[in-house]
Design a protein around this ligand. Structure first.
Ligand SMILES: [Cu+2]
Length: 157
């Protein structure tokens, strides 16, 4: 009887894992200079299910406030805007990357240094929670559109 229960439990666990069709690939957090108040996390979310999913929330103890953001072009200026969800198409993936979707970490509770691992918890629209370890690193050169106006443009006048 005990044995049957155990097997039943394992089967149930297995079914639960198979349903969690969203996986996280290559999660990283931007290294920030000391004193910086905010950073952002990036990753690729893959959905192996034949139904769509969405990232609806993220948490981390590294920041007091964690928001889902995207970038929009507004009269030639790139601005960040919070979004309620980031859709992950059925059988597809969505990239969170500099200049696009990202997880904004606001009011950092400690510095983020290269090589650190930052724990994130992602919540999907179906309530699934994914634990992610994001490695702190600097963006590849040229991969990050300017988030601030460069000084050189203004001082050239
Ligand atoms: Cu942002």
């Amino acid at each position: 009887m005990k044995r049957a229960l155990l097997i039943g439990g394992l089967l149930w666990l297995g079914a639960g894992l198979a349903q969690a069709g969203v996986t996280v690939v290559d999660a990283w957090v931007r290294v920030m200079p000391p004193g910086a108040r905010a950073s952002a996390a990036f990753m690729t979310l893959k959905n192996s299910d034949d139904s769509p999913h969405a990232l609806v929330r993220a948490r981390s103890d590294v920041a007091r406030l964690v928001e889902l953001h995207t970038h929009i072009h507004d009269n030639g200026v790139m601005r960040m805007r919070p979004v309620e969800r980031i859709d992950i198409p059925a059988g597809g993936s969505v990239a969170l990357e500099p200049g696009g979707y990202h997880i904004m970490l606001i009011d950092l509770q400690r510095p983020i240094k290269a090589g650190d691992h930052v724990a994130l918890e992602l919540e999907l629209d179906d309530g699934t929670r994914l634990a992610v370890q994001a490695e702190a690193r600097s963006p590849r050169r040229g991969a990050m559109p300017a988030m601030h106006h460069g000084h050189e443009h203004h001082e050239a006048h």
